[in-house]
Design a protein around this ligand. Structure first.
Ligand SMILES: Cc1cc2nc3c(=O)[nH]c(=O)nc-3n(C[C@H](O)[C@H](O)[C@H](O)COP(=O)(O)O)c2cc1C
Length: 301
């Protein structure tokens, strides 16, 4: 009997939609039934964003607070594989996708079901993936694969270009000088390679070796300096989110968070990385290698 696959995603610009289409293409070509569902929150997030609304999404993203979703219908009550297209928002799964993962209809079909996650982000997905691992575990789902597509340009260039893209809706080169924002066209075009791997493992039923194969194919690539920043920033974002959600008037606090973020990323992070490079990193190579291996995998500790 033909395998049944569900692919669920949310996208504003269309980027993650294209990525999910390219991932599922080899499965569809092999005659596998692929049902695609696009998640739609009742309260829409604007695209392009305004700066104010962009930062307003921070506390609920970080706390994984579920939002109401438009009604959706799933054709089956059991799938051989569920693919989740999840973009990080503020180092956490985007509100629409974290709402989907916590939705009773997803939880009902997720138990003991193999899950492959795929993201298309700026470059910081580790923290969001850890939250996704935890949410999936709570649902009794079986995470078997993860693919993380990033903007490979310099961290500071991509910081400028992501804001340009998110605030104008234009995925082109700011002033004709900066690189194009988001995941590159080449990397999006390469996604069927991972789709083929997922297809082979779906057909063979060998889920254990899927992630090691995807890692070999560079479907995830953990960069030390980004991992270092994310591990620290994830904890600090949580503190900000806890403070802000308790405030009746949030707007001043959100403006303060915006400036904190800019200073943290552009001033504090390079200094801390410099100190780390001199005093700690040279002596921690074993620990760093273990951390990179862990974040490249699908296990949860
Ligand atoms: C509110 C918001 C927060 C974001 N936070 C992150 C982040 O923490 N890490 C990251 O790598 N990308 C981040 N991004 C970029 C998204 O993950 C994603 O790449 C971009 O929104 C395009 O996705 P789309 O397919 O929904 O258009 C953020 C985007 C938005 C809108």
């Amino acid at each position: 009997m033909s395998k049944k696959v569900l692919a669920v995603y949310f996208t504003q610009s269309g980027q993650l939609g294209e990525i999910v289409d390219n991932l599922t293409k080899p499965l569809i070509e092999a005659g596998i039934s692929v049902e695609k569902v696009q998640v739609s929150p009742v309260k829409k997030f604007p695209f392009p964003w305004t700066t104010k609304v962009f930062f307003e999404a921070m506390p609920e993203s970080v706390q994984c607070t579920p939002a109401d979703l438009e009604a959706f219908q799933l054709k089956e009550n059991k799938y051989d594989l569920i693919i989740l297209g999840i973009q990080p928002w503020f180092l956490s799964p985007s509100i629409p996708m974290s709402s989907f993962i916590q939705h009773p209809s997803f939880k009902a079909i997720a138990v003991n079901t193999p899950i492959v996650t795929i993201s298309g982000c700026r470059n910081m997905w580790i923290n969001a993936q850890e939250k996704i691992k935890r949410l999936l575990k709570q649902s009794g789902a079986n995470l078997v694969g993860n693919i993380a597509l990033v903007d490979r340009h310099n961290n500071y260039a991509s910081l400028v270009t992501i804001f340009y893209w998110m605030l104008t809706g234009r995925k082109d080169r700011k002033w004709g000088i900066f690189p194009k924002p988001g995941v590159s066209d080449e990397d999006i075009a390469n996604v069927p390679v991972f789709g083929n791997t997922v297809k082979d493992h779906l057909l063979s039923g060998d889920w254990i070796n899927l992630q090691p194969r995807l890692v070999e194919q560079k479907a995830v690539d953990v960069k030390y300096h980004l991992m270092f920043i994310e591990r620290k920033a994830g904890k600090i974002f949580k503190i900000w989110a806890n403070i802000i959600t308790k405030k009746k008037k949030r707007s001043g606090w959100l403006v303060a968070f915006k400036y904190y973020l800019l200073i943290a990323l552009c001033v504090a992070a390079p200094l801390i990385l410099l100190v780390d490079a001199v005093l700690f990193r040279p002596f921690l190579s074993g620990r760093i290698a273990r951390q990179k291996k862990y974040y490249s995998g699908v296990e949860l500790i």
